[in-house]
Design a protein around this ligand. Structure first.
Ligand SMILES: Cc1cc2nc3c(=O)[nH]c(=O)nc-3n(C[C@H](O)[C@H](O)[C@H](O)COP(=O)(O)OP(=O)(O)OC[C@H]3O[C@@H](n4cnc5c(N)ncnc54)[C@H](O)[C@@H]3O)c2cc1C
Length: 486
C-alpha cells in the first residue's frame, strides 16, 4: 500500500499525548506549532504516488505497491531502487527532514536481512521483527526512533550514590501478554509526526543496566506514552517569506515518557540481553542501511547550500573574484565527493551468506564521518558569503506591501546582482537556513544525528581491514631485509 497525504494526516489525529511546555497538543495537523511540517510530510506521501515519481519511489510485488525503502535488497538494482526513493524524498524536502519516513524503516529492513540474530535471544523474536517489517511495509507506516537513554541515567554509580531513581525507561514487570515499562527515552526526531516509535539502545549498556535492556516498537498513541517536545521553530516563523524553511520543515525533537506502558510480546525484538540490544544495529546491515538514507539527505542539503553560496556571491557582486570562486569550488568538490561515495556505496555493494546484499560498509562510514564533521565548516563558509546582508534588511516582509515605504526600500536596497525585492526574499531565506535558531538546531543535528563525533571515527576504525593494510608494511620490511645484503 502507498498511503496518500490525507490518509497520513488522518492517522496523526489519534489522541497522541504531546506537550509543548505545559500545553497539551490535541492535533498536530491543525496546531500552529506543527501543522505546516505535518503537511510537508503529507506532501512527500503524495509525491511518492504521483505518476511522475511512482516508479522511482515505489515497487510492485505480487500485484501490490510498496515504498522502495521497505525493499529487502537482493541485487545492485534493488539497492539503486532504494537509493532513488531516498534521493527523491530528500530532494523534495531540501535535505531538511532528517528523520523522514524512509530513515527508520531502512534500519528495520537491514535488521530483517539477518533475523537469526534475534532468534539467538528468543526464537519468536526473529518472527517478531520480520512480522513488524511486513506490517509497516503493508501499511506504509512512518516509524521514528528513540535509541538513547537520558543523560541522568548514564552512570549508575552516580544516581545510586545520590539516592536518585534511574530516569531511563526500564522494565517494571512482565506477564503472559507482555512487558510493562516506565521511564524516559530520548530523542525522538519526527516522533510527533510518525505512526510508530522504535525504542531501544544504540549505545552500550552495562550488565547492571539489564532492566533497561528491551527493544520494541509501539504506536505513538499507546496509552501511557507522552511526548515532551522542544520549542517549535514553526510556531515562531513569521511567514513563508521571512522563514521559508522553519515555517514548514521543523521536524521537531521529543523526549518520550513512559508511564507503566504495556508492550505486547509480539512487538518485542530484544529482551534482557544487553549486548544484543546494541548488536542488532551493527551485526546486521541495519545501521548502514539507515544511514545510507542520511547520506542521501545530506547530499541534497549540500546541493542547496552550494546553490545558496553561488547566488549570494552573485547577488553581492563578488562572483568574479578568484578567492570567492575558490570557496565555491571547495564547496562543489565536497558535494561531488559525497555523491561519489554514495555511488561507491551501491557500486561496491556487499553480499551476505544468504544472498541478500547491502551497501558498502566502509564507504558509508567514511561518508557519515565526513558529513558530521564538515557541516559546521560548510555552513559557516556559506554564511560568510552573506556578509552583513541579513542585518541590513528591514525587520519583516510587510515592507514589500504596496506603499511609500516599499518605494523607498526598492530604490535604496538593491544590490549589485539583484533588485531589492529579490534580495529581501533570498537573504531572508538564506538566513533562516544558516543563521536562525532553526539553523542552530540544524548544526547540532548534523553533528550528532549518527551519535557523538568520536563514535563517527570509531566506525571507520572498526571497519578498516587493518591486517590487510599491515601486510603492505610487512612486505616492505621483508624486502628491506632481502635488500640489506643485496
Ligand atoms: C537535533 C538532534 C536530533 C536527534 N535525533 C535523534 C533521534 O531521532 N533518535 C535518537 O535516538 N537520537 C537522536 N539524537 C540523539 C543523538 O543520537 C545523541 O545526541 C548523540 O548520540 C549524543 O548523545 P548525547 O546528546 O546524550 O551526548 P553525550 O553522550 O552526553 O555527550 C556530550 C558531549 O560529550 C562528548 N563525549 C561523550 N563521551 C565522549 C568520549 N568518550 N570521548 C570524547 N567525547 C565524548 C560528546 O561528543 C558530546 O560533545 C538527536 C540529537 C540531536 C542533537
Amino acid at each position: 500500500m502507498i498511503r496518500s497525504g490525507e490518509e497520513y494526516l488522518e492517522s496523526l489525529r489519534d489522541g497522541r499525548q504531546i506537550y509543548l511546555g505545559s500545553e497539551r497538543i490535541d492535533d498536530v495537523t491543525t496546531h500552529p506549532a506543527f501543522r505546516n511540517t505535518a503537511r510537508s510530510f503529507a506532501r512527500l506521501y503524495d509525491r511518492k504516488r504521483d505518476t511522475k515519481f511512482v516508479d522511482l519511489a515505489t515497487h510492485e510485488k505480487d500485484g501490490e505497491r510498496f515504498s522502495n525503502y521497505f525493499l529487502v535488497p537482493e541485487n545492485q538494482a534493488d539497492l539503486q531502487k532504494r537509493a532513488d526513493a531516498h534521493r527523491l524524498i530528500a530532494q523534495w524536502s531540501y535535505g531538511l527532514l532528517g528523520r523522514s519516513m524512509d530513515h527508520v524503516p531502512s534500519f528495520i529492513t537491514g535488521m530483517v536481512m539477518k533475523p537469526e540474530l534475534f532468534a539467538g535471544n528468543r526464537p519468536e523474536f526473529a518472527d517478531n521483527i520480520v512480522n513488524y517489517h511486513n506490517l509497516i511495509k503493508a501499511r506504509d507506516l512512518f516509524v521514528s526512533y528513540l535509541v538513547l537513554t537520558p543523560q541522568g541515567s548514564r552512570n549508575p554509580e552516580l544516581y545510586k550514590a545520590a539516592g536518585r531513581r534511574n530516569p531511563a525507561m526500564q522494565i517494571v514487570s512482565e506477564d503472559a501478554e507482555g512487558v510493562t515499562v516506565t521511564g524516559v527515552k530520548t530523542l525522538g526526531t519526527s516522533t510527533v509526526f510518525s505512526d510508530e516509535a522504535f525504542i531501544g539502545s544504540m549505545i552500550p549498556l552495562g550488565p547492571d543496566q539489564i532492566d533497561e535492556a528491551i527493544t520494541f516498537a509501539i504506536p505513538v498513541n499507546t496509552p501511557g506514552v507522552q511526548l515532551w517536545v522542544r520549542d517549535s521553530y514553526e510556531a515562531k516563523a513569521a511567514n513563508r517569506t521571512d522563514n521559508y524553511f522553519s515555517s514548514q520543515f521543523d521536524e521537531s525533537d521529543a523526549v518520550m515518557v513512559f508511564d507503566n506502558v504495556k508492550i505486547p510480546w509480539e512487538r518485542i525484538f530484544v529482551y534482557r540481553d544487553v549486548a544484543l540490544m546494541r548488536n542488532i544495529y551493527f551485526e546486521t546491515p541495519g545501521h548502514i542501511m539507515g544511514n545510507h538514507q542520511s547520506n542521501w539527505r545530506f547530499a541534497e542539503k549540500m546541493k542547496l547550500l552550494t546553490a545558496v553560496a553561488h547566488k549570494a556571491a552573485e547577488l553581492n557582486g563578488v562572483i568574479g573574484i578568484p578567492a570567492i570562486q575558490q570557496t565555491l569550488g571547495k564547496l562543489a568538490a565536497g558535494e561531488a565527493s559525497l555523491l561519489g561515495l554514495l555511488s561507491g556505496q551501491i557500486g561496491s555493494y556487499e553480499t551476505l551468506p544468504n544472498g541478500k546484499v547491502h551497501i558498502n560498509r566502509r564507504y558509508l562510514y567514511a561518508a557519515l564521518q565526513w558529513c558530521a564533521q564538515s557541516y559546521f565548516e560548510i555552513a559557516e563558509k556559506v554564511r560568510e558569503m552573506l556578509g552583513a546582508g541579513p542585518f541590513q534588511l528591514p525587520a519583516n516582509a510587510s515592507i514589500l506591501q504596496e506603499g511609500p515605504l516599499r518605494d523607498t526600500y526598492l530604490e535604496n536596497w538593491y544590490s549589485p546582482g539583484s533588485d531589492a525585492e529579490e534580495r529581501y526574499k533570498f537573504v531572508k531565506m538564506a538566513w533562516d537556513l544558516l543563521g536562525s535558531d532553526y539553523a542552530g538546531r540544524m548544526t547540532q543535528y548534523e553533528k550528532f544525528y549518527g551519535g557523538p563525533p568520536h563514535i563517527m571515527d570509531m566506525y571507520s576504525y572498526l571497519n578498516c581491514p587493518w591486517l590487510e593494510r599491515r601486510g603492505t608494511i610487512d612486505e616492505i620490511m621483508a624486502n628491506m631485509e632481502e635488500g640489506a645484503n643485496g
